[in-house]
Design a protein around this ligand. Structure first.
Ligand SMILES: Nc1ncnc2c1ncn2[C@@H]1O[C@H](COP(=O)(O)OP(=O)(O)OP(=O)(O)O)[C@@H](O)[C@H]1O
Ligand SMILES: [Mg+2]
Length: 507
């Protein structure tokens, strides 16, 4: 056992965890070597987040042992986990926008170092040492997702974490930011930190991991090392069967315009331009992809089309109807499906059952409404249909949304927004957090609907998804459309260059 203590940061033995109607973890055995990046992969609902929450003291296991540095420990809360050098960064950042980097890092840990000059010095030193490049006095609201994530990591380092759990850290990052994160992880590793990394992106896993553990249906089903396994083999270990290969298809683009934005600009109350002179058309049967580094106007573009924000100048037309001044509800009723970027804030009621979530945003339409009334049995039946067609893993339609795994929540939103044959789908990161099998299935659903005339605006950080689904790709940079590409002859590198503004600088 003595050498286990020096080489194994974490050993999880025979871990089991049940929720009502669900075995989230059973017979889980994992050994994490100190100073490595250990990737945890598996289908949506396989039990990855639950296992990591057990290691972080958020959930208590029903059985099994947690062994840290050779000692069995009891973790009753995150405070216990932190005391044992375990830190976790959740997918939904928990930062206060109106505070500085320093304040966010120090918040809640004042007892540890106080909040004076010594804290500022420590934070600056940590940021330098790991190459984070953060300014302690900058306001968080001015920072993009990549920096926000670094603040979250800094927060756990500041609390003394030696083992850091990252639950799908790259889901919200574009490729350049993923590279930057991986660089940070390499430095952390050199400094003898241990990283637990959950991801559905197998290329990334192969690029960064030293060890890979595969989970399926609540348990660990395999181990691999990047050098001796392919992406395809990993996918098969995850699902236990062969993956479907999405069929290549010809163009379904028609000449009927479904959505048109004419010279749309959005200026915020402080007079800052968020979108400048955007003109786009999407035809029936066409997918228009929007590429861009997060924070370059994608959110504002989507919100303007959905009526959540009003265009300061310009027009929005659905078919030949000017909807510029319409409210969101009217736009939805006119046949716009909407997959929002943040499913927790805008797409779901986490403390309501699945069937009530089927109604959300659709409360005036069949099959969830009859006349002015909500049709509960209609809503339940249609929820069953979505569960079946989109493979949402849940005990029942009465389960609360919060109890679903992240990817299964996303599948529910996609299924709902594809309901009732929408004329136009505004899809922000439609497959964020879903596993490779479910991603292929969602792509098929969208392609099938496109064949029947669906027009789609697709915003995605996943360049393979943009290239694979789009008929045309436009690049947004600082609120302007700066480049257009034909997905048949564009590479992720070309797109990446345009997204970071290289196009503009060159011209
Ligand atoms: N608080 C909870 N109450 C009830 N069931 C839960 C709860 N948390 C998780 N579950 C269930 O446990 C199982 C494992 O979920 P978990 O979130 O660990 O999956 P995951 O592997 O992280 O999936 P994803 O890739 O979609 O994030 C799922 O069936 C989920 O519905
Ligand atoms: Mg998860």
């Amino acid at each position: 056992m003595a050498d286990t203590a020096t080489t194994h940061a974490v050993v999880l033995r025979d871990i089991g965890k049940r929720f009502p109607g669900v075995v989230a973890n059973h017979d889980v055995d994992i050994t994490i070597r100190t100073g490595t990046v250990h990737a945890l992969i598996g289908e949506n609902g396989a039990g990855k987040s639950t296992l990591m929450k057990i290691l972080y003291g958020v959930q208590r296991p029903d059985e099994g042992a947690i062994i840290l540095g050779g000692q069995e420990v009891q973790l009753h809360s995150p405070t216990d986990a932190i005391a044992h050098g375990i830190g976790m960064v959740f997918q939904h950042f928990m930062l206060a926008d109106n505070l500085t980097v320093l304040e966010n890092v120090v918040l809640g840990a004042e007892k540890l170092h106080g909040i004076g000059d010594a804290a500022r010095k420590t934070v600056a030193e940590l940021s330098d040492r790991y190459g984070f490049g953060l300014d302690p006095d900058q306001l968080v609201e001015e920072l993009g997702v990549g920096d926000r994530q670094r603040i979250e990591i800094l927060k756990v380092l500041y609390r003394g974490a030696k083992t850091i759990i990252l639950d799908e850290p790259t889901a919200v990052l574009v490729p350049q930011e993923v590279d930057a994160l991986f660089e940070n992880l390499r430095v952390l590793k050199e400094e003898d930190h241990t990283i637990l990394f959950i991801s559905h992106k197998l290329d990334e896993v192969l690029a960064i991991a030293d060890d890979i553990t595969v989970m399926r249906r609540g348990t660990t089903v395999g181990q691999a090392r990047p050098g001796s396994v392919t992406k395809h083999e990993l996918a098969e270990m995850m699902v236990g069967s062969e993956l479907p290969t999405p069929a290549k298809e010809g163009s379904t683009v028609t000449d009927e315009v479904q959505l048109e934005l004419a010279n749309v600009s959005v200026v915020d109350p402080r007079g800052r331009s968020l979108l400048t002179d955007i003109s786009i058309t999407i035809h029936r049967g066409e997918v228009l992809g929007i590429a861009g580094v997060e924070g370059n106007g994608q959110a504002e573009l989507v919100e303007t089309i959905m009526g959540i924000r009003k265009a300061t100048y310009g027009q929005v037309r659905l078919g030949d109807v000017d909807i510029t001044s319409w409210e969101t509800r009217g736009r939805r009723e006119a046949g716009i499906g909407y997959i929002p970027e943040d499913r927790h804030r805008h797409g779901l009621l986490l403390d309501s059952p699945l069937w009530e979530n089927r109604i959300l945003g659709h409360q005036t339409r069949r099959p969830v409404a009859k006349g002015m009334w909500i049709d509960r049995s209609g809503a339940r039946e249609d929820t069953d249909r979505i569960i079946e067609q989109y493979d949402v893993r849940t005990p029942s339609t009465d389960t609360l949304c919060r109890a679903l795994s992240g990817g299964n929540q996303q599948k529910l939103v996609v299924g709902r927004e594809m309901s009732g044959a929408p004329a136009l789908l505004i899809a922000s990161h439609p497959t964020r957090g879903v596993d490779v099998g479910a991603q292929a299935a969602i792509w098929e659903h969208i392609k099938r609907a496109r064949k029947d005339g669906l027009a789609v605006l697709l915003v995605s950080a996943d360049l393979d998804e943009l290239i694979g689904l789009s008929d045309r790709i436009e690049v947004l940079h600082r609120g302007r459309l700066v480049a257009e590409f034909d997905p048949r002859d564009v590479t992720p590198q070309d797109l990446g260059a345009a997204m970071t503004g290289a196009h503009e600088d060159a011209s």
